[in-house]
Design a protein around this ligand. Structure first.
Ligand code: SF4
Ligand code: SF4
Length: 61
């Protein structure tokens, strides 16, 4: 299982990760990225590669 987390202090809300997630678990809500179901992450790391600020971390458990 992969757990996705986002560091609020690093995120500039560019929305790149929201557009790129194939699982659709990253959504923009009130100008902030919300992770709807962090356990549904497929571990593809696309969000990490598109994030310009390094705000996203994926952990395998
Ligand atoms: S690793 Fe892939 S599935 Fe998981 S949140 Fe990032 S883009 Fe979505
Ligand atoms: S790609 Fe990175 S900086 Fe942009 S909204 Fe997502 S987490 Fe925030």
């Amino acid at each position: 299982m992969f757990i996705v987390t986002r560091d609020e202090s690093k995120c500039d809300a560019c929305g790149e990760c929201v557009e790129s997630c194939p699982a659709g678990i990253l959504v923009m809500e009130d100008g902030k990225v919300k992770i709807t179901d962090e356990t549904a992450c497929e571990g593809c790391e696309t969000c990490i590669s598109v994030c310009p600020t390094g705000a996203i971390t994926i952990e395998e458990r």
